[in-house]
Design a protein around this ligand. Structure first.
Ligand code: UDP
Length: 354
């Protein structure tokens, strides 16, 4: 039995959607490690929604999201930083744990790593963003090999320490996702509403094929969302809102396909696997995580990145995909049990190395 301390993302509480996929990843892993008999404690910003696992809530100012920072952006920590406060707490209790797992894509946890006596596993949730982050991560990677976990090969390749990244994939609690065989005449787009996700491409494609687009997700960049609404005032798309997993899967399952239009190298793309779990084919740009998930012409289509006509072709051929194959792929490759096995193996190696 391992005693594990999970340090969450500092960009918002768990359940808020501010953290994107890392929120679901953390909750799934915490639940699965608990199921395997390990003791898990989660440390997360105040007002986090966490069930079945013990959570220490920490107050303080959230970190800004950094997905669109320039390469030379400096390190920023606000006054009364929740990130700083969470790691203060970790420093006080570290002796009670075998392993700390860092889910924050930020500078401070890497910088602090040599000052802790309990080993720290870093689960990196994005591709490379700034030179300052790369520098500190690279330092930790060299000093503590095997502590850098990523979700996909494409994500690892964005970092200077790619050769020592541990590629861990991701997984879902598939029992929460119902297979839906008969979709309505609509398309889905799911994710944080922010520039790196290029929602506008999905809107353009759905207009061309004249199939309504349903949008699910948290608006994390209000200015970007307002620009979209100004540029596309005609109502060919519908913003449905941000939902919990149970509601999301129910609505997503009724769509003909999921469109994934990442402009950046998506680290993984939880929403791809969530769609597959509901039997929904995925039409995605062939870059980053989705390109390692979607089986072209079997569980969706991988199309030329940034090509709207590629998306349109995929939508026009979507009826050739057998929705059962989508669910089967999710079951075969993305179960929580399989994920738990991989992570448990990694955690034991790190604890033994000490
Ligand atoms: N999501 C959600 N409710 C919604 C829409 C999205 O909980 O209404 C979650 C979804 O389950 C997924 C996350 O938002 O876990 C998006 O993660 P993804 O890995 O696709 O991208 P990221 O935001 O990490 O770049």
């Amino acid at each position: 039995m391992l005693k594990l301390l999970f340090l969450s993302t500092p960009v918002g509480p768990l359940g808020s959607g501010m953290g994107g996929g890392v929120e679901l990843t953390l909750l799934n892993l915490a639940q699965e490690m608990g199921r395997r008999g390990h003791r898990v404690k989660v440390v997360a910003p105040e007002n986090s929604v966490v069930s079945e696992v013990s959570c220490q809530e920490i107050s303080g100012t959230w970190q800004d999201t950094i997905q669109n920072n320039h390469r030379d952006a400096p390190i920023v920590l606000p006054k009364n930083s929740v990130l700083g406060n969470m790691w203060d707490y970790a420093g006080r209790v570290e002796k009670d744990y075998d392993l700390i797992i860092n889910f924050a894509f930020d500078w401070l946890p890497f910088y602090l790593t040599p000052f802790f006596t309990t080993p720290i596993a870093h689960l990196i949730s994005m591709g490379s963003t700034t030179d300052a982050f790369d520098e500190v991560m690279n330092r930790v990677a060299k000093q503590y090999p095997n502590t850098m976990g990523v979700h996909t090969h494409a994500q690892g390749q964005t970092f200077p320490f790619n050769d020592i990244c541990r590629v861990l994939g991701n997984g879902l609690n598939l029992s929460l996702y119902n297979y839906c065989d008969s979709p309505d005449n609509c398309l889905a787009w799911v994710g944080r509403i922010a520039p790196e996700k290029a929602l506008e491409d999905a809107i353009e494609a759905s207009k061309i094929v004249n199939i309504p687009l349903k949008i699910f997700g948290k608006v994390t960049d209000e200015k970007y969302w307002q620009t979209i609404r100004q540029n596309y005032p005609d109502g060919s798309y519908q913003y449905e809102g941000f939902f919990n997993t149970i509601e999301l899967q129910e609505k997503l399952g009724r769509c003909k396909a999921l469109l994934m239009t990442p402009r950046w190298i998506e680290a993984f793309g939880n929403v791809a696997v969530e769609a597959l779990a509901c039997g929904v084919p995925v039409i995605a740009y062939s870059r980053g995580g989705p390109a390692e998930i979607v089986q072209h012409e079997k569980t969706g289509f991988l199309v030329e990145p940034d090509s709207i006509s590629g998306l349109v072709d995929g939508i026009n051929r979507v009826d050739t995909i057998d929705r059962k194959q989508c669910r089967q792929q999710a079951e075969k490759e993305y179960s929580l049990q399989a994920l738990g096995e991989r992570f448990e193996g990694w955690f034991y190696e790190l604890v033994k190395q000490e």
